[in-house]
Design a protein around this ligand. Structure first.
Ligand SMILES: C[S@@+](CC[C@H](N)C(=O)[O-])C[C@H]1O[C@@H](n2cnc3c(N)ncnc32)[C@H](O)[C@@H]1O
Length: 177
């Protein structure tokens, strides 16, 4: 928690919020995923790892989670999560192709899309779309709805959900390729 506040003060637009995600939001987002199959999952912006740990708890033993975290401190903290299914990458979400050469089943993104410059935002969304397999799921959680129109360009039937039981109140988008 303390690291989160410090990192937010240093880089507010990169972190997006001064508090890590907790229970209500994590559970709502995760409830959209069917974990009964072996999955390849991409996570963007694990932060303090709340989503990461929950995903690993739910995923099958043959599933694989690639988590891209651009922030050095959060990347270091996430290295404490000991699980051989987790591949931690200290790089930006737009560089997927440097590390992965296959289609994935699910992408869960917490990068503050609304705060990024338009070019980077579009690149992350477009890459996500390209790396998803057919019918693959894309979930973006955030605190502002300003990226909606950009997400809709690639995921025309994307749905928006609000999570009020969270500080700050959050929204997430759920789309399918
Ligand atoms: C709103 S926080 C989400 C934190 C986290 N998932 C949690 O459980 O609290 C946004 C996260 O995205 C990361 N981030 C921002 N831009 C990124 C990028 N281009 N690629 C990867 N991670 C990024 C930040 O460092 C931060 O960890």
């Amino acid at each position: 928690m303390f690291d989160f506040i410090v990192e937010y003060i240093k880089k507010p637009t990169q972190i997006g919020t001064f508090l890590p995600c907790f229970g209500g939001l994590v559970d709502s987002v995760i409830s959209n995923i069917d974990f009964s199959n072996d999955l390849t999952i991409l996570e963007f912006g694990p932060g303090n790892g709340n989503f990461t740990k929950k995903i690993l708890r739910k995923a099958t033993q043959k599933s694989c989670l690639y988590s891209f975290e651009i922030n050095e401190k959060f990347y270091e903290n996430c290295q404490n999560i000991e699980d051989e299914r987790l591949v931690l990458v200290n790089d930006s979400a737009e560089n997927i192709s440097k590390y992965i050469d296959k289609k994935v089943d699910v992408i869960i993104s917490g990068v503050p899309l609304s705060a990024l410059d338009k070019k980077l935002r579009m690149k992350i969304i477009e890459n996500s779309y390209n790396f998803l397999r057919k019918d693959g799921k894309f979930i973006q959680y955030q605190y502002f709805s300003s990226a909606y129109s950009d997400l809709k360009l690639f995921f025309p039937s994307i749905q928006k959900y609000r999570v009020y039981f969270h500080l700050p109140p959050a929204i997430y988008y759920f789309g399918q390729k």
